[in-house]
Structure formats: C-alpha cells, structure tokens
Design a protein around this ligand. Structure first.
Ligand code: UN1
Length: 503
C-alpha cells in the first residue's frame, strides 16, 4: 500500500511538471494517512531565501510595467492547467493534508475559482475620480503594485490559500515568494510547477514567483526582509503575534489569517434537518482542521434535547479512515502533536465541568500505528470555560445552551477570536439581528449555512485575534496595491486649495 502510495504521489508530481532534480534532500514529506515518509526535497537555507527575494524583487521591476490584463493571462493559463491537473494536485493534497478526495478536489477547485476571479479583476483595478474644488482641475486615484508579497501558508489548506494570495498579487503587478507549511512541500511543488508552466507559456519573467521549502527560519527571513512589501500569513494566533510587530517595525504591511473559534447559534425556529447537516459538515469535515471549523454550538434550551442526540447519531454514521477509500468522510489528524492537543483539550474540558457525549477516541491504531485517526467529539459544557475559549485544531464540538437571544449573541462574541459564525433560524428578525452591527462580531457571518466552506468571491478573514486581514474576493485586492491620489491642473492658473493665497 505504501509503496503504491509513493508511486501514485510521484506520478502526480511528474504530471504537474515537477522535475527529478527538485526532489531528494533532507526535508521529508510524511503522509498523515499512514505516518510513513513519502519523498524528500532540498531544504532552502537562509541564503536561498534571500536569493529568492532578490530575484522576485528584480522581476518586480519588469512585471509592474506589464499591463494588468496581460498579467491576467498568466493567471488565466494557471487556471487552465489547474483544471487539467485537478486530480493530480488533489492526490498531493490528500497525501499531505489527509483530506477526502472530494475535499481535496474542492481545494483545487477553489484555486481555479480564484484564478477566474483574478483574471476578471485584472481589468477592474478601478480608481475613483472625484470632483476637484478648483476650476480646470481633475482629482483621481490610481492603484499601483507594491513589490514582493511573502506568502506563508498552513498545512490544512496547503495550496488554496496560497493561490488566493498569488493570483491576486500577480494581477496587481506584484511578485511572490511562497513559504508553504513544511508538512506539505509536495503539494507546494505541484502547485508551483503548474504556475511555472503558465509563466513560461506566457513568456512572463520566470522569477515573478519563487518557492522556498524550509522550516520556520525561512518564514522569519521573509518577515524581516525589507524587500518584502507585504507578508500574508496563515497560521496560529501565536504565530501572528510574532509576525505583526516584526513587520510593523520595518513599516511593512501584513495580512493575517489566524485562529478561529467559530460558533453557530440554533434558535427554536430553525429547520433542524438542515441545521443538522450544516453542523456535522462544519464540525467534523476535514477532521476539524479548517480555520472555519465549527467549534462551538449554542443551542436554545427548548431544542437541545432533540437536536444534540441527532448530531451524535449522525457522528456515529461518519466513515473514519484512510481517505484513499472514497467512502471515507473523515481522514486523520495531521500528526501526533495534534492528537495529543485534542486529548489534552478533552481532559481539560472534563476537568472544567464538561461531559463527553460522543467520540474523542483514537481508532484504527492497529492498522495505522503511526497515523492518528480519531472519532469527532461532542462535549457538553456548562459554560464557555478556558478550554472553550482556545482554538484546538481538532474535531471537538463544544455544546452550550442559552435561554434568550441576547444571551446567545453575547455568548457568541465572548471569545478572543473572530473568523466565522452562523445562525440557524427561520425567523427573519433573528437572522437580521445576527447580521447587524450588534450581532456577530466575526469577519464571516452566515444564515442557515455552516461556518466553513466559504466561496472565493467574498472577502475572507476575521476580526480580533484572527488578525483582521482579508484575502480572496470582493475588494481584498486593495491590500496588495498602493493608492496614489493625483491632482491634475489643466487650467493654466495656479489656484491653491482651501482658497489659500500665496505670492
Ligand atoms: C482555512 O481553513 O484556512 O471557508 C481556509 C473555508 C475554505 C477555506 C478555509 N473555503 O472553509
């Protein structure tokens, strides 16, 4: 099985255009499906990172002057290649992140979607014109690229989040240096090779995108390098707390997508069949390893006894195991550290008055002694204690009850993170109150949809300890550009603004 898996991964890498000489080295990719090593890649040194930034910086000097719609051609071609190699890249994502094939292909689809979006955006880098207060004057704003964008991405979406940043950064006229998670170097090579092919097919400068495969020291080199105009990083709140002041120190820009602790409120009027499906996908899908995973369920007292046992029953029907079997819905945790963190959180939850209603145990340990498959857990909590306040990157759903709607909103917002949120209700007034300024305090607020699985067309990101960044759709492109305000005088006179007289 493992030998076959390696062969399958190697075939997928080759299909994506990865060359033999890019493999072999001391950075080894290990699959969470079995815990076995797959293939190794060379580890970039600090000097390699500096060289990549230098090359991307010098490519920027050319790329910024290429018309934006022409830059869009590269991204268009990338999208075509991703479509052609969707399955190949999904095999790599599955091998390293442990997702079901449907979710792994969904991740590549997210890349294709952002390419489409970015191609359109390349013709819509709109600036405003404003009426000038002076006769014979025009006032307008123009948007310009900023330089090298450093992308630091996490294991759980090893290629999609990178592509949100890269597709938009490239059409905006920036160049990209990418440091992926060291757990997902093969997926990174696959995605990067397809982009390299698109770049070459379009005769664009080769160094508009560079990949550095290494551990966190490479990330630190990107964070501290003054040639990196924007650091876009996905990861833990702890990581973001280190990055933000370091980038701010050198007046660089940062865009952070950090921890989530997402909740859903279920009100008495909710369609419980629909809520059930939304909750189970959001809480147990991707083995609880999305930033947008549902971690807290706030259920009205009157329906808790009918809804919660149904969720537990649905959990009992989830197929857990090696996702190369297409009937599997829940794959493994990424590694032992994750498993230990989950067990610790469950212990803490019990110590803080919680009751484990179902799940939480390791399964398939005999078959896969080096992989960590777990049953998704549901834990009834008396209150939002310390463990509920923290993001544990594993499938634990904490359930709490509430009595009135205001209390539900208050509980909803009473955590340090602010990424995604949802309400299940058939009552329009409750839905509107949830979406109002005094409702959910998150960057994403949904009605009758779970917390995860956002489309790329909207801006993605969150408030508070989630870091405040916005990536992907809507006007997130503005974070990748600088704005210039231009005043043009065609009057032949020199009237000063505010009526000031001088000379
Ligand atoms: C992440 O987990 O970092 O909304 C990104 C979602 C996906 C992206 C998740 N579209 O769940």
């Amino acid at each position: 099985m493992t030998a076959n898996h390696k062969d399958q991964v190697l075939a997928a890498l080759r299909a994506c255009g990865v060359r033999e000489e890019e493999l072999g080295g001391d950075l080894t990719s290990r699959t969470p499906l079995t815990g076995d090593s797959l293939l190794s890649v060379p580890r970039a040194s600090r000097e390699d990172v500096a060289e990549a930034i230098e090359a991307a910086d010098s490519a920027f000097k050319q790329w910024r002057d290429v018309p934006a719609p022409v830059r869009g051609n590269v991204v268009k071609r990338w999208g075509e290649l991703l479509t052609e190699h969707k399955r190949d890249l999904a095999i790599l994502v599955q091998a390293e992140a442990g997702k079901s094939m449907s979710e792994a292909e969904g991740e590549v689809q997210e890349m294709i979607d952002i390419c489409d979006f970015a191609v359109g955006q390349s013709r819509m880098l709109y600036g405003k014109t404003m009426p000038s207060e002076r006769p014979g004057h025009r006032l307008m704003e123009t948007w310009h690229p900023i330089g090298v964008v450093g992308v630091i991405s996490a294991f759980n979406f090893p290629v999609a989040v990178y592509s949100w940043n890269t597709a938009i950064a490239l059409v905006c006229g920036n160049t990209v240096v990418w440091k992926p998670s060291e757990m997902c170097v093969l997926s990174a090579l696959g995605a990067h090779s397809l982009l390299a092919r698109a770049v070459s097919d379009c005769d664009a400068p080769a160094d508009i995108h560079r990949l550095v495969l290494a551990d966190r020291t490479a990330g630190e080199a990107i964070v501290d390098d003054p040639r990196v105009a924007l650091v876009s990083a996905t990861g833990s709140t702890r990581m973001g707390k280190e990055i933000a002041p370091r980038v701010a120190q050198r007046f660089g820009r940062y865009l952070l997508e950090l921890g989530g602790n997402n909740a859903a409120i279920v009100t008495p009027s909710a369609d419980l069949d629909l809520a059930l499906r939304g909750i189970v996908f959001a809480a147990a899908g991707t083995a609880g390893q999305r930033c947008t995973t549902l971690r807290r369920l706030l259920v009205h007292n009157s329906i808790a006894d009918s809804l919660v046992p149904r969720i537990a029953d649905a959990y009992g029907t989830l197929t857990i195991g090696d996702p190369r079997d297409e009937s599997v819905l829940v794959g493994p945790l990424v590694n032992e550290t994750s498993f230990n963190a989950m067990q610790q959180a469950l212990q803490d939850a019990e110590a803080q008055g919680g009751e484990i209603l179902c799940g939480g145990k390791r399964v398939l340990a005999d078959e896969f002694p080096n992989a960590f498959y777990v049953q998704p857990a549901i834990v009834k909590m008396p209150a939002q204690t310390e463990v509920v306040q923290a993001e544990t990157f594993a499938p634990i759903l904490y359930v709490m009850t509430y009595e009135n709607f205001d209390e539900a909103i208050e509980m909803h917002n009473a955590v340090p993170q602010g990424l995604s949120s949802a309400i299940f209700t058939q009552d329009q007034s409750e839905a509107e109150r949830f979406l109002a300024s005094s409702g959910s305090d998150c960057g994403i607020a949904n009605v009758n949809i779970g917390t995860s699985g956002a489309e790329i067309g909207g801006a993605f990101g969150g408030e508070k300890e989630t870091g405040g960044g916005r990536e992907s759709g809507s006007d997130a492109w503005k974070a990748y550009m600088r704005r210039a305000t231009n005043t043009i005088n065609y009057s032949g006179e020199l009237p000063l603004a505010q009526g000031v007289k001088f000379l």
